[in-house]
Structures are given as C-alpha cells and as structure tokens.
Design a protein around this ligand. Structure first.
Ligand code: SAH
Length: 221
C-alpha cells in the first residue's frame, strides 16, 4: 500500500469517520470508549484498496476467500458487550479475518490472542496490525472451535463466525466470571449470545439477530 493511498483517504476520512460514529450512536452504541477507538482506527487499511472509499459505511465488505469484514455496528456492539462488566486482561478472538476487530480489541484490553483458519487472511491481518504498531496481539493459524488452550484461561472470548451451538471447548477456556460473545445458529437464523462462566457452569443471554459466516473446521493454507 503506497503513501499516496494513505494520504488520499486521510484527507476525506475524518468527516466520513465522524459520520460513522454518529450512526453507531443512533443505532444504540453507548460505550464512549468503543466509539472513540472506532473513530480513531483506520478501517480503510483493513479492506482492499478498491473498496477503501466504502470503508466508513456501516456495512460488511468482502475480504476475499469467501469471507467478510464485519459491519462496524456489530464490531461496536460485540466489543461493548464483552467489556460492559469491567476491564479485560487476556482475550481470545476466534476468526481474525481482516484483523479489524482484533485492532479494536487490542486498543481496549491487555492482550489479544486471535486465531484464523485461512492462512492468507491471517498473514494479511498480521501485516496490517504491524502497520498500526499494535504490540499486544498474537495471531495463530488454527481451528478456533477448539479454542487456544496454551494461553487459557481467558477473561473474555469473542467469536466472529457462527457455530451451530455454544462450543464447550471455549466455555472450558473461560475463567470463572469471564464472558464470551458469539453468534450462534444456522445460516440466516443466528442470534448473538453472551455467555458468562459461573462456578458450576454458565449463564447465557440471547441478544439480537445477526448474520455471520459459519464457523468451519480445519485449517486452509
Ligand atoms: N472479525 C473479522 C470477521 C471475519 S469473518 C473481521 O472483522 O474482519 C470470520 C472469520 O472467521 C473468517 O475469516 C473465517 O475464515 C474465520 N473462521 C471461520 N471458522 C473458523 C475457525 N474454526 N477457526 C478460526 N477462524 C475461523
């Protein structure tokens, strides 16, 4: 990506970014912290150059290999839900994709481990996160349905692809009092769920209907 590209976008982006933040507020996002981090994070570096002019629209966009960068509203909502009960130190994200949600989380929590099953997407995300100078992120090529046991327990887990049901391996890797935000369900019939780990199991809150790509098994090189 050349610097002219950066500069060209930079000149118009503050106004379009502010407009996006206003829209997120209108849609019900209340966390000032989330809104400020999203205002200051360059979403255009997480999409292909041809789509950069649409990066501050409140819409999901294709990132190649059949995957999408999540809609800003859903990134804001899931981040707000994950953080609403207090600060987090050790967070796992499943489904790195473009790396945009990872970048938002990294600015708001202690450390982020993020796993992705498609290698070219992971490597692209790695470059972008490095470009942003984020140092508290570790990325790994792996099937996140199994979680990432080597750095568990986590006080927060965010899943950005939809499993058919709540993956118990992920619940196991939450510490007591930890929470997980994830879409659950089949294609076109998914609901956002917040899970809180308790002493003897977990509680779940069903929140709103969402649309995500499915959580798939195995890795793809
Ligand atoms: N947070 C991302 C969302 C990308 S879409 C963003 O805003 O860009 C969801 C991603 O989850 C896709 O990149 C997909 O490849 C990945 N994914 C699906 N199943 C997975 C699994 N089992 N383990 C890890 N990543 C998975």
């Amino acid at each position: 990506m050349n610097s002219a590209h950066h500069r060209g976008i930079g000149m118009t982006s503050m106004r379009t970014r502010n407009r996006l933040i206003e829209r997120l507020r209108d849609e019900g996002i209340k966390s000032q912290g989330v809104l400020e981090v999203m205002r200051n994070t360059p979403r255009h570096i997480f999409v292909e150059e041809a789509l950069a002019s649409r990066a501050y629209e409140d819409t999901a966009l294709p990132i190649g290999l059949g995957q999408t960068i999540s809609q800003p509203y859903i990134v804001a909502r899931m981040t707000e839900l994950l953080l609403e009960d207090g600060p987090l130190d050790n967070v796992l994200e499943v489904g790195t994709g473009s790396g945009y949600q990872t970048a938002i989380l990294a600015q708001m929590v202690g450390r982020v481990y993020s796993v992705e099953r498609i290698e070219p997407l992971l490597e692209q995300a790695r470059g972008r996160l490095r470009e942003m100078g984020l140092k508290n992120v570790r990325l790994k090529l792996s099937d996140g349905g199994m979680g990432l046991p080597e750095y568990a327990p986590y006080d927060g887990i965010m899943v950005t692809a939809a499993p058919a049901g709540i993956p118990l391996a992920l619940v196991d890797q939450l510490q007591e009092g930890g929470r997980m935000v994830l879409p659950v369900g089949a294609d076109r019939d998914q609901i956002l769920v917040k899970v809180t780990k308790t002493e003897d199991g977990y509680e779940k809150e069903m929140l709103e209907r969402v649309i995500f790509v499915p959580l798939l098994g195995g890795v793809q090189r």
